[in-house]
Design a protein around this ligand. Sequence first.
Ligand code: SF4
Length: 256
Amino acid sequence: MNNTKIDWCDSTWNPVTGCLHGCEYCYARNIAERFGGEVTGKETVKRITVKDGSIIWDLEKPICKTDGKISPYPCGFIPTFHRYKLDEYRNKKGRNIFVCSMADLFGDWVPDSWLDEVFAACKKAPQHNYLFLTKNPKRYVELINNTDFFVKSTNNMWFGYSYTDKHSKTWWNPDYNIFISVEPILEPIEAPKCKWLIVGAETGKRKDRVIPERKWIEHIVESCRNNKIPVFMKSSLAPIWGDPLIQEFPEELKRK
Ligand code: SF4
């Protein structure tokens, strides 16, 4: 079932790619720029407006000029809506799907209409669990407060946000499944209130890469234990933690 190297989900699904956050340690940008391809004729793409002046393409079928295949990142890391991917998991066996591993779907630049379409596609395939992850949890709050968007969300939707140091913002709402991704962990921190916590180290070869100390990991595990939060250690912690890694799931996400 697993078609991804990301060990806390079964599959990834990228109806939207690209991100404007500009994190130094971004793995997704490197992949998108490396495998980006130039698309053919203008009839395959439609340019739409965006708040901050960046270019966003709303793609129907981006055929790559070089090899005639559909390009996964035809616009590199520029935010892009791949509408043709909306039904990708419609008829597949139930699994835990990380939605938009190559984007921040809840970045301020993402139009509400894209979110509406992605959520509509999720509703059409209720056999899956959908895991969203953002560096911008205030967009969750805005959507909850200003529209009936999330009122329509269901128990198979999990709303995650990144929390990497003490300055990161927290979010809690008992009406939603909320998880936290502490990746990369940059200092010893307490676990914020959540239903699941994922922790990992920075990967890649960045010059100033932060290598976590074992006691930071012990601290966050202890904090999770005290608050009965399941912990999932990413394989990037193996050199620091050793075997076995703690890889727990909330009951609803356990693989059957
Ligand atoms: S939020 Fe994620 S996808 Fe966006 S730049 Fe940062 S690491 Fe990359």
